[in-house]
Each structure stands twice: as structure tokens, then as C-alpha cells.
Design a protein around this ligand. Structure first.
Ligand code: EPZ
Length: 423
């Protein structure tokens, strides 16, 4: 396993290119299952989660080629000979459950392991199941696997989601593209990754309206054809790196960044005293003067403050002037970074879904442990300004969602290296 060593105290200056969105790409790749013609994705991120999804699709019989050093993915699902998404793959990456909707729609049959819980919560699939059953699927749970069938094909329906689940919205939208008749999805998720998926499905011949709003209407068609589609910029990587100069000081330009992708987050970051300017090439972020001001944060579904940026924002607020309260409303256990930040001298009290952070003058470097993708990057951000050296171990979590963190940050002056964990 690798670990990352950060020595704090270096102000940052330079540019960081933002990659294609992991969470868009993980929904776009299974869309290949909806057609027997080739799907090409450009601006794909080079991440271990993408490799996991490629392995899953290949295990079903799809062909997945990674070209141009991983930035282009050529997919085709001409003959799917296996309908089972195996526990060994699904347990590592919940997004594997996004093969359920497309397989049901095109093949009428899918066996998908339940993902099981993960560090940040139980993450059941009841919303996916209820919605697909409303489309006419028959789904039963056996030995930890969902056995889903659509004996008479899927039929359009009006589907109210009890919660605006991102994954359930993606599964239902993909399934409904080939259902007979019209589907109206109510309380749909509005994330930019949904908008990107719909944009790709439309290129494949799907008839969909309303993406980005709470009501998405899908008119089923007989078949979908191939397409080429660029993966949208990763708003979570963008927000993560906007916090680097905010925490370390200095000024960094995030190439490819657009403020519309990070609206609520950018507003909150400006409220702490950070300057954000849109440029031709992206977003320029500068910490104008000294200490940032404390702010309260509440995570919500898009367009609210994203849960995937909560851990990173906490790292900034640990040294803010004043006390901040962070409320996590999306996942039941997403404060695992708090005890690790406390090892670095942060003053944090966690009660249920609330974390109260009293700003301290400066954190102190320490050996810390990554527990999930976003918690691990928040520890690296904290290390950028901490006194001394921070060693973040188990960075395989990190590699799931961030391309070459140490290269991107050291290019802006951070003192950060990666090495093998000593045996
Ligand atoms: C997507 O996960 C993202 N992953 C997550 O990013 C992100 O945190 C999450 O959306 C929320 O924005 C991908 O897109 C691959 P949900 P997803 O269904 O679709 C509960 C990262 O760091 N729920 O919107 O799984 C669930 O337990 C990852 O990149 C049910 O109860 O999220 C959670 O509490 C982490 N039943 C809440 O809803 C269901 O059937 C939000 O889940 C489905 C979800």
C-alpha cells in the first residue's frame, strides 16, 4: 500500500487541471449496455474506480478499451453473455449497481449483488428497487443478490422517489429509455452528473426532458444507437482543489473549472473570505488575507452544498477564526475524518449528524489514516498548512477518486510525496 507525506507551510501558486467527473463516468459507462452499438467516452478520468467499472462491464461480456492513456474509453456491448454483477466487484464499488437498470431494459434480466454497507453508511437500494418495480420489473432478494426480471419488458410509469437519490435516478432514467410508453420521474436528483448522463443518452437516441430539474420525463424508444460523449468536468475534484489555496494560502487557477458546477460551495467558500474569479481557462482562487472566517455548513442534494465536499470544507474550518457547525444530512456516518483531524490538533465535537469545529491557530502534522475517499483528501488538505509533517496512510481510498494528487499539488509548490508503506 502507498502513503502520502505532506510537509506543511508552503503557499501555493500555479494551475491545476481538473479531470472528467468520476461520478458522471461511472453512470455513463453502464449506458453502453443499452445499445449494441459502440459508445465512446472522452475526457475520462484515470482512476481506480473507472478500472473497476471496466472490469465489471467486461465480466458481463462488454468490450471496454482504454485509449490515449485512459482519457478515452471505447465501449461496446454487442453480446452480453453474463447477467450477474458479482459481489466481489460490487462490494468494492457501490456504483456497480448502475448496471441494473440498463441490463433490465435491454436484456430483461439482471442479477446484481447488494453492495453492502460502506464506511459512510448502510446505503441500501430500496429506492432503486421500488422505482424499477413500478416500471414492471420483478425483483427478489436471494443470497445477497437482487434477482431482477422484466418478463414482459418494462412499461413507462409515474414514479415519485421518496428521496432524490442520485443512483436511483440514474438507474431509472436508463431503464426508462427502452420502456414502452412514458415515464415521469418525480423528486429526481438534479446533480450535474445526471444532466451529463441525459445529454449522452439523448445522443444515443433517447427522448428525455427535464434533466437538472426535479421532474424528468422519458419517452421510451425501441432501441438506442452508439454515440461519442465528453465526460463533464468533476465538480468534486474542482471544489477539493479550490480548498488547497484556501487552506495553504496563495493563488491557484483550476483549469476547466466553472462556477456553475460548484455554486453553493463557492458561495460558502467566499463567505469565509476566499476570493474566487472566473477566468477564460477556469476558476482562480486566492486567500486574500490571513485567517478565514468560520461559517456554518449544511449538506443537501444538488444544488445545495455537496456532501462530497463536507470533509474537505471541515479541513479548512479547523483553523478558521471562530466556531463552525457542519450538518451532514445525506449520509449517517460521514465524519470519520474528524477523529483524524483531531489527531492533528483540531478542536471538533461530533454529535450525531452535527460537527462543531472551534478554529485553532494552526494544526500540527501527524500520522493519520484515510477511511474513505473524501476523508482521505481532507487529511492531505489539512497537511498543506499544518506545522511539520503529516503522513496519510491507506491512500488506495484516495486513488479511487483523485488522479495523481501529489503531482497536481507539488506542481503548485506543495511539499508532498508518495511512497510505499514500510513493511
Ligand atoms: C452518489 O452516490 C455518489 N456516487 C456519491 O459520491 C455521493 O455522495 C452521493 O451520490 C450523494 O450525492 C456516485 O455517483 C458513484 P444516493 P449514491 O443514492 O447514488 C440513501 C463519492 O465520494 N439511499 O443519492 O449511492 C443513501 O443511503 C461518492 O464520490 C437509500 O436510503 O447516493 C444515502 O444516505 C460517495 N436508499 C442517501 O440516500 C436507496 O435506494 C444518498 O444516496 C438509495 C440511497
Amino acid at each position: 500500500m502507498d502513503r502520502i507525506i505532506v510537509t506543511g507551510g508552503k503557499e501555493l501558486s500555479g494551475q491545476i487541471p481538473i479531470a472528467g467527473a468520476k461520478n458522471a463516468c461511472l453512470a455513463l459507462m453502464p449506458a453502453t449496455l443499452l445499445s449494441d452499438e459502440p459508445l465512446t467516452l472522452t475526457n475520462a478520468p484515470r482512476l481506480s474506480d473507472i478500472k473497476t467499472m471496466s472490469a465489471l462491464l467486461s465480466s458481463l461480456g462488454a468490450e471496454v478499451s482504454s485509449l490515449q492513456d485512459g482519457k478515452v474509453l471505447a465501449l461496446s456491448s454487442h453480446d452480453i453473455h453474463n447477467h450477474t454483477a458479482d459481489y466481489e466487484i460490487v462490494r468494492k464499488m457501490r456504483a456497480s449497481n448502475l448496471v441494473l437498470g440498463p441490463m433490465l431494459a435491454r436484456l430483461g434480466h439482471a442479477i446484481v449483488s447488494l453492495p453492502g454497507g460502506c464506511a459512510i453508511g448502510a446505503r441500501p437500494m430500496d429506492i432503486h428497487i421500488d422505482a424499477l418495480e413500478m416500471l414492471g420489473a420483478v425483483i427478489e432478494l436471494k443470497d445477497g443478490y437482487l434477482h431482477a426480471k422484466a418478463p414482459n419488458g418494462l412499461k413507462g410509469a409515474t414514479i415519485p422517489l421518496r428521496f432524490a437519490s442520485v443512483g436511483a435516478t440514474e438507474n431509472v432514467v436508463m431503464a426508462a429509455t427502452l420502456a414502452k410508453g412514458t415515464t415521469v420521474l418525480q423528486n429526481a436528483a438534479r446533480e450535474p452528473e445526471i444532466v451529463d448522463l441525459v445529454s449522452c443518452l439523448r445522443k444515443m437516441g433517447a427522448q428525455i426532458e427535464g434533466e437538472g430539474t426535479s421532474t424528468i420525463t422519458i419517452q421510451g424508444v425501441d432501441r438506442l444507437h452508439g454515440a461519442t460523449h465528453p465526460v463533464v468536468t468533476d465538480r468534486i475534484e474542482l471544489g477539493t482543489y479550490m480548498l488547497a489555496p484556501a487552506i495553504a494560502g496563495g493563488e491557484v487557477e483550476l483549469l476547466g473549472g466553472r462556477r456553475a458546477l460548484v455554486g453553493a460551495f463557492a458561495d460558502k467558500l467566499e463567505a469565509t473570505g476566499i476570493e474566487i474569479t472566473e477566468t477564460e481557462a477556469g476558476l482562480k482562487v486566492r486567500r486574500a488575507n490571513g485567517r478565514v472566517q468560520a461559517v456554518d455548513v449544511k449538506t443537501e442534494v444538488f444544488p445545495g452544498f455537496p456532501t462530497d465536499l463536507q470533509a474537505q470544507m471541515m479541513a479548512l474550518l479547523c483553523t478558521a477564526n471562530g466556531t463552525s457547525v457542519l450538518e451532514e444530512t445525506i449520509f449517517e456516518n460521514r465524519f470519520m475524518h474528524a477523529p483524524e483531524l483531531m489527531r492533528m490538533g483540531a478542536d471538533i465535537e461530533v454529535h450525531g449528524g452535527h460537527a462543531t469545529v472551534k478554529g485553532v491557530d494552526r494544526l500540527k502534522g501527524a500520522p493519520v489514516m484515510a477511511t474513505d475517499l473524501r476523508a482521505s483528501v481532507s487529511l492531505i488538505l489539512a497537511g498543506l498548512a499544518a506545522e511539520g509533517t503529516t503522513i496519510v496512510s491507506r491512500v488506495y481510498h484516495l486513488d479511487r477518486g483523485y488522479e495523481r494528487v501529489e503531482a497536481k499539488l507539488s506542481a503548485c509548490g506543495a511539499q508532498i510525496t508518495r511512497e510505499k508503506e514500510p513493511q
